[in-house]
Design a binder for this molecule. Structure first.
Ligand code: ADP
Ligand code: ASP
Ligand code: MG
Length: 407
């Protein structure tokens, strides 16, 4: 007998038929003697629909009320799934995040899970029930409903698995595992049988939305065995593992991640003296805007040019702040670009292979794709390119590094 936490994403519970199919799947795991906790997302499209509704009522809704609203999506699916399980004769109970004490901080719309009290869930499991938990939500210490950020049901599932010391956390979705890149962009992408936490974290941080970043952080930290699988077909999926396999020759590159959610800001002709970087980025940070890549160049006549990227949603606010700073610092000009994309090559094998960066730049150059910014870490190289070249760049690199070939 094993304790399994399963998570079903929006598409997997997107219709009545699909919820009934999920119930069948859960039943078969339960019938085989496993204890099963199921975490579900809202039906596909529902969270976006609710966001739109809120905007129609008030263009700047209160974060607290926004979370009250968005959490309803998951409350619908837990009840429907519990009913579907009852119809199959399975004893099941649904719970909201608050009801199973998923305690978070108070950062509405991006709350972090602080602790989970698993007492109630354990009691139900002991009584032979399937427990259905709403993903993406919790409560803060004042009892206010919080949500965990887009894609947050993954994190609910991993956190439940950690709290209950589950034998495995299974993330069921609309692809049958983690691929070398998003199969929607490169149909020749291949499923990876395994990927390390470290690589998965870089893939997620660079834009692969197959798992929410925090779920991977959590799984790594608490060593939760994590697997990504298809809701619709049988298969082994992808296992996220702790170590690189020493026996197998490590592929240089495991995958390519990308993100369109990027925007670039440049401030030119800033008088160069100690503290300018802080003077520019300090106010951006204070406005809670996350900065990703940064480049500083020596310009002419003791001035410097400074370029950085932010999430595209933050561009208008960042631009306003930067123009203000430019005035104060006596900078020459501010330029912004909301049509860029980031592409990242990820692989632990990079550590022991030189020349990956130059091979990457060569492949892009051969397709005449201009690289605007570059950043590297031990197991990742990211570049910024014009957004219209994103797909071409991803496919080019996929082929250049042989990711479409059997390994
Ligand atoms: P869910 O609603 O089940 O949480 P998501 O849409 O959040 O599903 O995540 C699954 C999607 O992630 C896939 O449909 C796929 O387009 C996308 N994706 C991006 N990168 C990858 C990758 N490397 N491997 C697999 N899927 C990926
Ligand atoms: N329903 C939420 C979203 O659409 C959470 C999730 O699906 O994981 O982002
Ligand atoms: Mg998701």
């Amino acid at each position: 007998m094993a304790l399994i936490v399963q998570k079903y994403g929006g598409t997997s519970v997107g219709s009545v038929e699909r919820i009934l199919a999920v119930a069948e799947k859960v039943k078969s795991w339960h019938d085989r003697g496993n204890q099963v906790v199921v975490v579900v997302s809202a039906m596909s499209g529902e969270t976006n629909r609710l966001i739109e509704l809120a905007r129609e009522i008030n263009p700047d809704p209160s974060p607290r009320e926004m979370d009250v609203l968005l959490s309803t999506g998951e409350q619908v699916t837990i009840a429907l799934l519990a009913m579907a399980l009852h119809r199959l004769g399975v004893d099941a109970r649904s719970y909201t995040g608050g009801q199973v004490h998923i305690r978070t901080d108070s950062a509405h719309s991006k709350a972090r899970i602080m602790e989970i009290d698993g007492t109630r869930v354990r009691a139900d499991l002991e009584a032979g029930r399937v427990v259905v938990v709403a993903g993406f939500q919790g409560v803060d210490e004042n009892g206010a409903i919080t949500t965990l950020g887009r894609g947050g049901s993954d994190t609910t599932a991993v956190a439940m698995a950690a709290a209950l010391k589950a034998d495995e956390c299974q993330i069921y979705t609309d692809v049958d595992g983690v691929y070398t890149t998003d199969p929607r962009v490169e149909p020749k992408a291949r499923r990876l049988a395994r990927i390390t936490f470290e690589e998965m974290l870089e893939m997620a941080s660079s834009g692969s939305k197959v798992l929410q970043i925090r779920s991977v952080e959590f799984a790594g930290k608490y060593n939760v065995p994590l697997r990504v699988l298809s809701s619709f077909e049988e298969g082994e999926g992808t296992l996220i593992t702790l170590d690189e396999d020493d026996d197998v020759e490590q592929a240089k590159i495991s995958g390519i991640a990308f993100s369109r959610d990027e925007a670039k800001l440049t401030i030119r002709g800033v008088p160069d003296h100690p503290g300018v970087a802080y003077q520019i980025l300090g106010p951006i940070g204070e406005a809670n805007i996350e900065v990703d890549m940064i480049v500083q160049n020596i310009g002419k006549d003791d001035t410097t040019d400074f370029t950085f990227t932010v999430h595209r949603n933050d561009l208008p606010r960042a631009e306003e702040i930067l123009r203000n700073i430019a005035g104060k610092l006596g900078a020459r000009e501010v330029e912004t670009d909301g049509e860029i994309a980031k592409i990242a090559l990820v692989g632990v094998g990079m550590r022991s292979h030189a020349g990956i960066a130059s091979a990457m730049f060569k492949a892009l150059a051969e397709k005449n794709i201009n690289i605007q910014m570059i950043s590297t870490s031990e197991i990742k190289i990211s570049v910024i390119v014009e957004e219209i070249y994103l797909e071409l760049a991803v496919r080019t690199l996929h082929e250049a590094f042989g990711l479409d070939k059997d390994r």
